[in-house]
Design a protein around this ligand. Structure first.
Ligand SMILES: Nc1ncnc2c1ncn2[C@@H]1O[C@H](COP(=O)(O)OP(=O)(O)OP(=O)(O)O)[C@@H](O)[C@H]1O
Length: 232
């Protein structure tokens, strides 16, 4: 899907969280959204997914203004998105495999295919042995990988991952990075992170400061240094 933001401003109450953001993400884009805590990274991901309404400006999906779609149309198109957010929760009463199967069943993917896909993604995130385990018995990193498996099983054409490396040990972070790259191949991958993830060197950086997109281009490590220098 072709994603585009034009003069996108998002407000929460009186607070402007994104200001006049303009950027184009053609299909196959691989980019990282960087910026300090509170700079608007999560809000930008949500806006692209049609979950944070524009106060002014717009988000376009394949050229169509998201605000102009009916709720039903929006839901249908949102099926192309895979979202891994910080607050994602697994269903406690379902095993890891059942959690991964859940969205597939809801989308009426035939059972045999759903099980094959679940096995494939669970293998990719290294959770084959934990497939029949309940989430309460998993470590934080395993839960994160299970959430990722659930998003990936739907084969989204746009994968939005919000700080997928938070709280992971370096080995698990590398594994998650590898899975993100492998499974999103050909589709769009947008990853928000507080600093450039070493294990996931994506070719494009979108840099937010105070809700403004201050940089959109090739990786520019000097931006992160600049940011450190202005910190009090
Ligand atoms: N639902 C909401 N209501 C009010 N304010 C909100 C809401 N969601 C986000 N904000 C505010 O908007 C600003 C941007 O939040 P956002 O989560 O997009 O930033 P972020 O860059 O992802 O931060 P972090 O790295 O800490 O997750 C923050 O100041 C936050 O407090």
């Amino acid at each position: 899907m072709d994603l585009r933001a034009e003069g996108l401003t998002v407000r929460h109450g009186a607070r402007t969280v994104l200001a006049e953001v303009a950027c184009a993400l053609p299909p196959g884009t691989q980019a990282v959204v960087l910026g300090r805590s509170g700079s608007g990274k999560t809000t930008l991901l949500k806006a692209f997914a049609g979950l944070s309404p524009a106060f002014s400006g717009r988000v376009l999906w394949d050229g169509q203004d998201v605000a102009g779609l009916s709720a039903a149309e929006r839901r249908v198109r949102q099926a192309s998105f895979g979202m891994v957010f910080q607050t994602d929760a697994l269903f406690d009463s379902l095993t890891v495999r059942q959690n991964v199967l859940f969205p597939l069943t809801r989308r009426r993917v035939p059972q045999d295919e759903a099980h094959a896909r679940a096995d494939e993604v669970l293998g990719a995130v290294g959770l084959t042995d934990a497939a029949d385990t309940l989430p309460e018995r998993l470590s934080g990193g395993m839960k994160k990988r299970a959430g990722l498996a659930r998003a990936l099983a739907a084969r989204p054409s746009v994968l939005l991952a919000d700080d997928p490396f938070a709280g992971l040990d370096p080995g698990t972070a590398r594994q998650v990075a590898r899975v993100l790259l492998e499974v999103s191949r050909g589709g769009t991958l947008l990853v928000a992170a507080p600093e450039a993830p070493v294990d996931l060197p994506l070719p494009r950086w979108l840099y937010l400061r105070g809700g403004r997109l201050v940089y959109d281009g090739a990786p520019a490590p000097e931006l992160e240094r600049e940011q450190d220098e202005v910190l009090p």
